[in-house]
Design a protein around this ligand. Structure first.
Ligand code: ATP
Length: 503
């Protein structure tokens, strides 16, 4: 698994998807830049989300609020007082960890052990194998599962009670149970606020302390009434937003999984108090369906319902994805009650109420939120699509089997040779396609090598211009996944590509 992950990181760099930030200065920890192909893939994921949320729902509208907000926002939201992570240092290795992530990693190790037992049994028993029965009766699997649950529950309890000593005790116990994981020389656990501070204004004494937003959601809450009134929105309705958020994370080298500057895609759905559970269930299912529509495999997703809830929530679940380092949170769906709007009412002294004409009554709406990390989506899509294939003739190819709608480049146009007028025809084809699709031209190297390069970039189609093209206006079109080639008319290219890649 570690090798797969390394491969993902190096492929992302070699093929122009993701570079470390300011690399000539040796980079900046947990900050990354999206390169020429990465920026297209990221944009396509964002658009796919935006279309499904805003364009497909006539009761959801968009917003682009500022990154900088009035500092009282973060008092009201609870971030100044409570947006902390428990931090612990290992005195021997001098490494710093997020205590809860460390514990979750142990729990995940037990889960992996349980899965391995099941896989072994599958092979041993073949067709007769009944997975559900095995999982519930095999003593080893039962033990791993129970221990995993126990660890997570205890972690949740300790964090809920802010019992940091117990968090440390739990880490030490786990290390005794798994001696291979190293030393036990830990500092105390302490709370660390994740917000980045900055200043507004020039002179030191009048400057105002600000924060870079740690989530996009608050920009939606403070604009709730403006949008509702100017858009004449009726509850239930939603406001969707994508944009940067900043957290001074304690980082565990997970590439773009956990960054200090990242992008969120959030939607806040405003509902009648009392109706929130119905909407919560709806959005849980709807969001999972959205993920499944990308075709990365049903087995790669699972829900994790939160037992321990944040102070603002009355129900919460994560959609977890099977990343190269195990199942981790990809998206959160939270029923946030009226916590945020009420807090903003209190701190601003303004009413944030909605008049419900049907009920003939004013109220502060409840909120159901869906929040997904764009960069985590990128990692999920990219890592799962990257495949090493052995072909019939025994050779191998690296292919990035991205969902076609998300592929950075939809087609590459390749003249078979650099002469006989073929490059000119290729450029003409590009001119005809480029308003509708991101297309590219390549004439370097033998055509077989150019195909391989486009495979590695995830380009769904290669269009080859050969000598016959000049005679009959046809080209070959090669499909990335099947490597099958068809001879088609230039005039049909647009509809063939559109069929496959349109959202
Ligand atoms: P985690 O437990 O992994 O720190 P979280 O529960 O703090 O995440 P939320 O505050 O619910 O995350 O944020 C919503 C989404 O934003 C997450 O599901 C994740 O996809 C994304 N996200 C959060 N923090 C980061 C980060 N540091 N880097 C990249 N994406 C992030």
């Amino acid at each position: 698994q570690e090798d797969i992950f390394k491969n993902v990181v190096s492929h992302a760099k070699e093929y122009g998807f993701i570079f470390p930030s300011s690399e000539i200065y040796d980079g900046l920890s947990a900050v990354y830049d999206y390169a020429q192909n990465g920026v297209e893939l990221k944009k396509n994921i964002r658009e796919y989300w935006w279309k499904s949320m805003v364009q497909m729902n006539d009761n959801i509208v968009g917003l682009d609020a500022s990154i900088l907000m009035h500092p009282t926002t973060w008092k009201a939201s609870g971030h100044v007082d409570a947006f902390n992570d428990p931090l612990i240092d290992n005195k021997d290795s001098k490494r710093r960890y997020r205590a809860d992530v460390l514990i979750e990693d142990y729990a995940e190790k037990l889960n992996i052990k349980a899965i391995k037992e099941v896989e072994k049994a599958k092979v041993r028993f073949g067709d007769a194998f009944n997975e559900a029965e095995f999982v519930s009766t095999n003593p080893r699997v039962v033990e791993y599962k129970a221990r995993e649950r126990e660890i997570l529950e205890r972690l949740g309890r300790s964090l809920g009670n802010e019992d940091l000593e117990d968090v440390k005790a739990l880490i030490e116990e786990l290390e005794i149970a798994c001696p291979e994981t190293g030393s036990r020389n830990w500092t105390e656990v302490r709370q660390f606020n994740l917000m980045f501070g900055t200043k507004l204004g020039a002179s030191a004494d009048t400057a105002m302390d600000l924060y870079l937003r740690p989530e996009t959601a608050q920009g939606i809450f403070v604009n709730f009434l403006n949008v509702q009134k100017s858009g004449r929105m009726k509850v239930p309705f939603g406001i969707a937003q994508t944009g940067k958020a900043f957290r001074n994370e304690i980082v565990a080298r997970q590439f773009i999984f956990r960054m200090r500057e990242f992008e969120q895609m959030e939607m806040q759905f405003f509902v009648r108090p009392g109706d929130e559970m119905k909407h919560y269930e709806f959005w849980k299912e709807t969001r999972l369906k959205w993920h499944l529509s990308l075709g990365l495999g049903k087995e790669n997703y699972r829900f994790h319902d939160h037992e321990k809830l944040a102070h603002y929530a009355n129900a919460a679940a994560d959609i977890e994805f099977n990343f190269p380092f195990g199942f981790k949170e990809l998206e959160g769906i939270h029923s946030r009650t009226d916590f945020d709007l009420k807090a903003h009412e209190q701190f601003s002294g303004r009413k944030l109420q909605y008049f419900d004409a049907e009920l003939n009554k004013n109220y502060v709406p409840y909120v159901v939120e869906t929040s997904v990390g764009l960069d985590r989506m990128f990692l999920a899509v990219f890592a799962t699509s990257l495949k090493e294939e052995t072909l019939e003739d025994g050779s191998t190819r690296t292919v990035l089997k991205l969902p076609s709608v998300l592929a950075p480049t939809k087609a590459a146009v390749l003249p078979l040779v650099k002469k006989d007028g073929l490059p000119e025809i290729a450029h003409k084809i590009i001119d005809e396609l480029k308003w509708d699709f991101q297309v590219t031209y390549d004439e370097k190297d033998a055509v077989g090598r150019r195909y391989r390069r486009q495979d590695a970039l995830g380009t769904p189609f290669c269009i080859t211009v050969d000598h016959q093209t000049a005679e009959d206006q046809t080209v070959t079109i090669r499909h990335r996944d099947t490597m099958k080639q068809d001879r088609v008319a230039i005039a049909d290219l647009k509809s063939i590509i559109e069929n496959e890649v349109s959202m």
